[in-house]
Write a protein that binds this ligand. Structure first.
Ligand code: COA
Ligand code: AMP
Length: 630
């Protein structure tokens, strides 16, 4: 079917469009209608239906005769292991874990934090929560104890499920001490923890609080799927905002099922039974939607890959996995391909593998630069589809609907708006701008099913962050334009969020940490261009009067402080001491100008700048750390 017809229908008649898609999901009780708009501008979908995510992702495939098909392939170059779990095995493993959680008092609506690396048990924990209607919140393993503590206090989990360790190239990530530290720091204490002990490191359990993953499940009654309302939260996923407090994005159960199911064929072009691989992490939204839920809801085989694009053991790992498991559609972040290209520019490793099963490569998570797209197209010999979305939406806002109609690719554009997303480019006063003109990217409300209805325990923040700037619209936080053909071009964030190696980070959160250093009077963090990671954070520190310790000591302490407080994922390695920060006469820090200086780009001197001479000091400081060239 033509994309245009599908898209037009989704906006003209969302009720029939989404009710038809809802028919592809198993309901305990069908919803009476699709859209619930009585609390507009807050919207919900399928609210009065009754449904269970785990049933749709696992049990129904077993019932339909797919029990023997692999649901999950764990491919772990960092531990040198590979194994498969069939849908039938997955059902009994998840039902048992769910039963054990229930036996310890976890019920529908209770929160469960999951802090685990890329092991199938992470998906099993997510699905076990879904089975009993508990609301999970997965925390990425690269976050430090403090970040975990913030999330514990915000969602107040009854239980935390963690692994004893994760494995990064060259080091073991000790999850258990991080978990213990986080619980100590948090005001809220979970009733109990479940620890999945890995062979690489056996953690010490705290008696009475911690249970061993296996022992805890011994002899329990497996749990059946508990029906939940369509608007019941499936999960909370925290993402970076402009301040240090992360935003708890709520994912509604029914819309999530319906929307993800639609994307698997129409965007990723896979049929049930085929192998789909998203090389991301369960801690990110890509991991939620496309390592766990999407492929399983659709009856695909998903790959849980525990490794890196390079160094585990070489730049051929991705090609090996694609070849060995006959991957049909592959999804990764541009930064991963840049890492491979840097190490193996001629793709000599690729020549060792047969990747002829692969139909297409999908890129998201950050801007896909034309060089990377062209290189991937050339060496892989498949179409490369960029697509743009966010934690908040949970699925593609703009992409190429390759499974219904593959549209011509324009390199640098993620293509066109997906069903239900009425994307508009607005000027500062909220008026639509003509094609080809840069503006704020907004989506007319309501957003389609599966997108966030609110933030966890923070409705006012939800309104303020997304709804208030342009009444009647959802503000994406991205700036860009639409061309004459309706293709979208995503240019930059409009807020202080930066993107480092496909990871969304808040400069505001890093500034809060730097400001807590006793010698720092004032600071600013910007994202400078980085050839591998897209952006890299750079901190500017103004010292408290009278401090005359060596600057190198202070910057090293600040780098360590960010790593200890936020985590290694912040990739904060560059800090410089400066006398002053460039500001407007009203005192606003001119971060955008600092970015242009760091990137060696031309800029127009802002009329409001307080003292232009400061910019030369900034340039000199940046040159001292290898930036501001050109
Ligand atoms: N647990 C603990 N630490 C982690 C971690 C995890 N799950 N993931 C990353 N880290 C650590 C890394 O070890 C690194 O630590 P270091 O400072 O001691 O070296 C730090 O966090 C920064 O990680 P990253 O920015 O990812 O850099 P890297 O050098 O480890 O790897 C790439 C670079 C490009 C290979 C890697 O970033 C990559 O594969 N990115 C893909 C991005 C992605 O999947 N994004 C999800 C959205 S689609
Ligand atoms: P996250 O919520 O971590 O998925 O990050 C979402 C943000 O990443 C978006 O708001 C964009 O700024 C950026 N992003 C994601 N995908 C793309 C893309 N394909 N092109 C440009 N930017 C992207």
């Amino acid at each position: 079917m033509a994309y245009k017809d599908i898209y037009t229908r989704s906006l003209a008649d969302p009720e029939s469009f989404w009710m038809e898609e809802a028919g592809k999901i198993d309901w305990v009780q069908k919803p009476s209608k699709a859209l619930f708009d009585d609390k507009a501008p807050l919207y919900e979908w399928f609210s009065d239906g009754l449904v269970n995510t785990c049933w749709n992702a696992v049990d129904r495939h077993v019932e339909a005769g797919r029990g023997a098909q692999a649901a999950i392939i764990h491919d772990s170059p960092v531990t040198g292991t590979k194994h498969k779990i069939s849908y039938a095995q997955l059902r009994s493993r998840v039902a048992r874990l769910a039963g054990a959680l229930r036996a310890k008092g976890v019920e529908k609506g209770d929160r469960v934090i999951i802090y685990m690396p890329m092991v199938p048990e992470a998906l099993e924990a997510m699905l076990a929560c879904a089975r009993i209607g508990a609301v999970h919140s997965v925390v990425f393993g690269g976050f430090a104890a403090h970040e975990l503590a913030v999330r514990i206090d915000d969602c107040a989990p009854k239980c935390i499920i963690a692994a004893s360790c994760g494995i990064e190239p060259g080091r073991v990530v000790h999850y258990k001490p991080l978990l213990d530290g986080a619980i100590e720091q948090a005001a809220h204490k979970p009733d109990f923890c479940v620890i999945f002990q890995r062979e690489e490191e056996v953690a010490k359990l705290i008696e009475g609080r911690d249970y061993d993953w296996h022992a805890f499940q011994y002899g329990v009654e497996p749990a059946e799927c508990v029906p939940v309302e369509g608007n019941h939260p499936a999960y909370i996923l925290y993402t970076s905002g402009t301040t240090g407090a992360p935003k708890g994005v709520v994912r509604p159960t029914a819309g999530h099922l319906v929307a993800l199911n639609w994307t698997m064929k129409n965007i990723y072009n896979v049929n049930p039974g085929e192998v789909f691989w998203a090389a991301s992490d369960v801690g990110w939204v890509v991991g939620h939607s496309y390592i766990c839920y999407g492929p399983l809801i659709h009856g695909n085989t998903t790959i849980v890959f525990e490794g890196k694009p390079v160094g585990t053991p070489d730049a051929g790992t991705f090609w090996r996995v694609i070849s060995e498991h006959k991957v049909k559609s592959f999804f990764t972040a541009p930064t991963a391909l840049r890492a491979i290209k840097r190490e193996d520019p001629e793709a000599k490793e690729l020549a060792k593998y047969d990747i002829s099963h692969l139909r297409a490569l999908y890129l998201a998570g950050e801007r896909a630069d034309p060089d990377t797209i062209e290189w991937a197209q050339k060496v892989m010999g498949v179409p490369v589809y960029d697509h743009w979305w966010q934690t908040e939406t949970g699925w593609t806002i703009a992409g190429n609907p390759a499974g219904c109609e593959a549209l011509p690719v324009k390199i640098g554009s993620p293509t066109v708006a997906m069903p239900g997303y009425d994307v508009r480019i607005l000027d500062e006063s909220g008026h639509e701008v003509p094609p080809g003109t840069l503006g704020a990217i907004a989506v007319r409300l309501p957003l389609p099913p599966g997108t966030l209805p609110t933030l966890w325990n923070a409705e006012e923040r939800y309104r303020k962050s997304y709804l208030n700037t342009f009444p009647g619209y959802y503000e994406t936080g991205d700036a860009g334009m639409k061309d004459e053909d309706g293709y979208l071009w995503i240019m930059a964030r409009t807020d202080d969020v930066i993107n480092v190696a496909g990871h969304r980070l808040s400069t505001g959160a890093m500034e809060e940490v730097l400001a807590s250093h006793p010698d720092v009077a004032e600071c600013a963090v910007i994202g400078a261009a980085d050839a591998l990671k897209g952006q890299t954070p750079v901190g500017f520190l103004c010292l408290t009067k009278g401090v005359n310790r060596p600057h190198a000591d202070i910057t090293a302490e600040c780098v360590k402080l960010v790593r200890d407080q936020i985590g290694p994922v912040a990739a904060f390695k560059l800090a410089v001491v400066v006398d002053r920060l460039p500001k407007t006469r009203s005192g606003k820090i001119l971060r955008a100008i600092m970015v242009r200086i760091a990137d060696g780009q031309e800029f127009k001197m802002p009329a409001t700048i307080d003292d232009p001479a400061i910019l030369d000091e900034i340039r000199v400081a940046l040159r001292g750390i290898g930036l501001a060239k050109g």
